[in-house]
Write a protein that binds this ligand. Sequence first.
Ligand code: HEM
Length: 425
Amino acid sequence: MSQASAAPESSRCPIRFEPLSPDQLRDPYPVYARMRAEEPVFYSEPHDLYVVTRYADAVAVLKDHETFSSQNSVRTSLAPPPPEVATELARGYPLSPTLTDSDEPVHRRLRGLVNKAFTHRRVAAMEDPIRRAAGQLIDDFHDDGHADLIEQFGWSLPLRAICQILGVPERDIERLHVWSYHWLKLLQATDPVTDQVSYARSVVDMQRYFLEALEARSANPGEDLMSALLEAAREGDEPLDMVEVMRVPMNLIIAGHVTVTRAIGNGVVLLLEHPEQRRLMLGDPEALHKGVEELLRLESPAQGLFRTVRTDAVVGDVTIPSGSRVMVHYAAANRDESQFERPNEFDLDRDGLLKHAAFGKGIHVCVGAPLARLELRVVIPLLFERLRGLRLAGEDATERDVIFFARGFTRVRVEWDVAGEQGGD
Ligand code: HEM
């Protein structure tokens, strides 16, 4: 669009933004490039959504939290849940506000709480536990010579990491995985109603689980993050109540789990496709830091999230009417040629690498980024070191996750050479 416009007219533009179509699941980047070039603030009529694709516009939206509200920032659709689902959810507690979907001043209170408890020291102390957990998971399948990296490693490792920080016992990890997966499915709201009812049941079970866990720590505090959150919640002028605190570990579990699962799958597949960059990246610690950033830029696990416009707003040269939904497209911004030279190439020595938007920008920038980076810097080299000759197994080794705002795999089948390998960390 070259003129400011309020009324969307998708018929003017033949660009198809269909993130769930097989061709765009395989390779969405040509469509993003066209959107950036031809209609950088793209109105998608089927989704009733303005999609912001240029880097400068995306950052401007993310930094203007007064105009662009984060309420419902992780919901693809604002349609109310079916009555059966609403009834099930009513057995629990309101799901919002969380850190992710709150605005000021609530967001500032919650972020202050998390910042106080989720310290750099606590994250740095996780390096050895992450390495140990990753080593144990690899031990479990190493001698088979093949594995599904998502099923047998990718989801489990980040969940173990966040559970360990929070103080969740290992025996509960499996059900937390199921509950958080169901929560994501509930947010997507695309499955049959009977399934959605069971997802809602899981979410309520998860709420009760964390309330009980916090109450236990309230009586008997420990060294874990849940105890630290409770302590931080009691400080300050406006103490938070138990339900408000309960939403924090729920939020951390879901935000800190599937995102890293996707980053591990995307990262391994990209590195298998780029052996030269892999050799560089795994060759020295500085290159490893840069390589992790480049993987996140190239295949951003969170492709985009949502904002709601509070007053008419101009983005680029498009006027977005008050009340509209906006998708801030981190992944399209991360391939903006005005910011990143040869944006589709994997180049860990590129200029300006660190300005990528894979963790967002502004007040909602990812609070778990230091943990995510640490996990990736530990596990990616470990996988390539332990699984000698790692390669994709067969033609249909990978399968993409069918999800509107994220990018990752549900399956990455790999194989490696077992003979002569010693195992062990
Ligand atoms: C590679 C992995 C990860 C990616 C790509 C990622 C991406 C993001 C992005 C893009 C946002 C900004 C959302 C917005 O603009 O509305 C965000 C926020 C957030 N992330 Fe992450 N994240 C990752 C890992 C983690 C981890 C490990 C945790 C926790 C342990 C975490 C917890 C959160 C939370 C709580 C927020 C909300 C922060 C706020 O609204 O103030 N994330 N993340």
